[in-house]
Design a protein around this ligand. Structure first.
Ligand code: COA
Length: 162
């Protein structure tokens, strides 16, 4: 498919939220949210955004960056917000922000992650993402520029043998 034939979808088209009230099975030995559980939710929520944007099956290719900023405890409400930040040929970068949400609606960041998903066919082979990303705001522009920087950093790290 020619590049100029790809239609655009706005970031809002695929923006995805998921909400979790922390239960005993989500908690580790220190009484805080188990990091691996949060990582699974991040991957699921991010994957949903990539699937909605592309309309394709997707697979997780990489977690570029994932930072735990603050813990959460039993019965806390954790909200994950995912949005596509960059679309390449077959890959998409998705940013997932995780928050602790208080009863009054205030949100406190607990994690930020960037993941790369690849659109795949029924055999698991990469296919072109049918839609480019329509950038509509300054923050979306900043996300896109950050994604380009992370892409370049990955290229340098590959050269360094990581
Ligand atoms: C992800 C996967 C489909 C990529 O297949 P591949 O044959 O390596 O494909 P390519 O080298 O052509 O890369 C395809 C795209 O993915 C990107 N990509 C591949 N590996 C990447 C990585 N480690 N980090 C960032 N991007 C990556 C490429 O840059 C390319 O992007 P573009 O098409 O937008 O330019 C393949 O490696 C795979 O199936 N991995 C396992 C995925 C999986 O099982 N995930 C679940 C984990 S439990």
């Amino acid at each position: 498919m020619e590049e100029n034939k790809r239609e655009e979808r706005p970031v809002s088209y695929s923006a995805t939220e998921s909400t979790h009230v922390l239960k005993y099975e989500d908690i580790n030995g220190q009484g805080r949210l188990f990091g691996g559980r949060l990582m699974a939710w991040i991957d699921e929520t991010g994957g949903m955004a990539a699937m909605r944007h592309s309309g394709c099956h997707v697979t997780t290719a990489a977690v570029d960056n994932l930072q735990f900023k603050r813990g959460a405890r039993l019965n806390d409400t954790v909200v994950l917000a995912a949005r596509v930040t960059y679309v390449g040929n077959t890959s998409m970068e998705v940013r997932v922000d995780s928050y602790l949400e208080e009863n009054d609606g205030r949100r406190y960041p607990i994690n930020r992650a960037f993941l790369i998903y690849v659109a795949v066919d029924e055999n698991g082979d990469p296919v072109r993402v049918p839609y480019l990303l329509k950038i509509e705001s300054e923050s979306e522009k900043a996300d896109w520029e950050g994604a380009m920087l992370r892409k370049e950093n990955r290229r340098i790290r590959r050269q360094e043998g990581f």
